[in-house]
Design a protein around this ligand. Structure first.
Ligand code: ADP
Length: 486
């Protein structure tokens, strides 16, 4: 049997399992339209098994009494195993998602490994406080794990976003049930197997591929799941929050964005054009923080549009496994239709299609979309308001800093933003006034395991990455009182 005939099942209690229903679903390579393999489809009963395994592991001495130092070692060992298998994981990610291998292997995998190592370092540094209260008491706090954490992740950065949740959750002593997106389950399944090889006891990390409305919803509703850490769309985020209310779980949501990239006339304009193009075209624009609204001061508007059109033309479409490919396939046929529909709407609503706009194939196959630039976009147009999640830039003119801030905030979202100017006072003022969880000044799309990432407004709440966010999300505080007299 080939690897993918084994590594296409549920990973529960450190074992391969078929779904109780026996059902399987295909996972498709969007660049070739071929079925890579069929994967066991977790239903409610399988989610029940995975949660039971995680609950048992959470109570077990093997995990509860494991020293923090040992937990740290296991996380570090898992990072080493991911590194040793990074070529294979990168290939799997590219097959499942359609992104160029360079992005999977050099960017995503590097981040995954760093994330596990960063949180390996946190595991043995989690501590409480002693608090000087009134009266003869010793008062101190303990930072305890929350329990069973359900992690639900989307298809755009399958392993990377899984690591953003799994690594801190395990570092803090929780156990995890991870549900990958139905479009991209393969690297998450492999992560479960590698965690067992690293020495994590059975049940500490379970991986349950399946669909959102069934497997995902069952995880959110399950009474023995103590927290849900979700990344995905606003619509599903609302459902998750509503459904989690029944059992009052701790919820954190990292949702979509319509991030503004604001270019002032006093910026290093060529650098801003490069940054803005990378901000929207990297990862096919299937990036929560994609700089999909490019706001440009009027005096340099034409220059920036022309520059973006030039950059869009250089986003070579091709086989994602080939070196020169800059733009891979969008993740699925459904996503292709969605992106093409937004492009039609942009034209219908009166924006100027300055570059791209067409579906493409490679050797007659695949869901590719050209890097697209819309100019003369008004902030009220659909392509300026809704998250497209594709390589489509909406370029909007502005008059001055106040006008730029007004347009930048004219959205339900608040995930990220970029500001390009040489005036440092203006840069910091605008960064301060844009309602977004991350602001990049004279750069874009920078991430680090140590830097918290998450949204304002409808982009959600709670932060991934960073030390404090991990403690906030994956631990709870117990306050202990001890009388000292007598
Ligand atoms: P996207 O638009 O990026 O596909 P979704 O929000 O649809 O994002 O999906 C993100 C993740 O949420 C996926 O793993 C998906 O299976 C899961 N999901 C979808 N619907 C639900 C639901 N009702 N409850 C829980 N999880 C869900």
């Amino acid at each position: 049997m080939s690897d993918l005939e084994i590594r296409n099942r549920l990973w529960i209690h450190n074992e391969w399992r078929d779904a109780h229903s026996g059902r399987r679903f295909p996972t498709v390579n969007p660049a070739t339209e071929e079925v890579i393999t069929t994967v066991s489809e977790a239903g409610e009963a399988d989610i029940g098994d995975a949660v039971a395994s995680a609950s048992e592991a959470f109570r077990s001495k093997a995990w509860r009494r494991m020293s923090a130092h040992r937990r740290s070692q296991l996380l570090w060992r898992l990072a080493d195993l991911i590194e040793a298998n990074a070529d294979e994981l990168g290939r799997l990610e590219t097959m499942d998602n359609g992104k160029p291998y360079f992005e999977s292997r050099k960017v995503d995998l590097t981040s995954v490994i760093e994330t596990f190592r960063y949180f390996a370092g946190l595991a043995d540094k989690i501590q409480g406080e002693t608090i000087p209260v009134s009266g003869p008491f010793l008062n101190y706090t303990l930072r305890e794990p929350v329990g069973v954490v359900g992690c639900i992740v989307p298809w755009n950065f399958p392993l990377n976003l899984a690591s953003w949740k799994v690594a801190p959750a395990l570092a803090c002593g929780n156990t995890v049930v991870l549900k990958p997106a139905e479009q991209t389950p393969l690297t998450a399944i492999r992560l479960g197997e590698l965690a067992a090889e690293a020495g994590f006891p059975p049940g500490v990390l379970n991986v349950v591929p399946g669909f959102g409305e069934t497997a995902g919803a069952a995880l959110v509703r399950h009474p023995d799941v103590d927290a849900i850490s979700f990344t995905g769309s606003v619509e599903v985020g609302r459902t998750v929050m509503r459904e989690a209310a029944g059992t009052l779980k701790k919820v954190s949501l990292e949702l979509g964005g319509k991030s503004p990239n604001v270019i002032f006339a006093d910026a290093d304009v060529p650098a801003a054009i490069r940054g803005a193009a990378m901000g929207i075209y990297y990862g096919k624009g299937e990036v929560c923080a994609a700089g999909s609204r490019i706001l440009v001061e009027r005096s340099v508007y034409d220059e920036v549009v022309e520059g973006l059109v030039g950059r869009a033309g250089k986003m070579t479409i091709g086989d994602p496994m080939t070196d020169g490919t800059r733009l891979g396939a969008v993740v699925s046929e459904q996503q292709l239709d969605r992106v093409m529909n937004y492009i039609r709407l942009g034209v219908e609503e009166g924006a100027t299609l300055a570059a791209g706009g067409e579906r493409r194939t490679v050797d007659g196959k695949g869901y590719f979309v050209e890097a697209t630039v819309f100019s003369d976009v008004d902030s009220q147009m659909t392509i300026a308001q809704e998250e497209i999640f594709g390589p489509v830039a909406a370029v909007i003119p502005f008059d001055d800093a106040d006008h730029a801030i007004e347009i930048a905030n004219d959205t339900i979202f608040g995930l990220a933003a970029g500001v390009w100017t040489r005036d440092i006072g203006k840069a910091h003022r605008v960064a301060g006034e844009i309602k977004a969880g991350t602001v990049w000044i004279n750069t874009y799309n920078q991430y680090d395991a140590a830097a918290p990432f998450g949204g304002y407004k409808s982009s959600g709440f709670g932060r991934d990455l960073g030390l404090q966010s991990a403690l906030d999300k994956y631990t709870q505080t117990k306050c202990v009182w001890v009388p000292l007299d007598g």
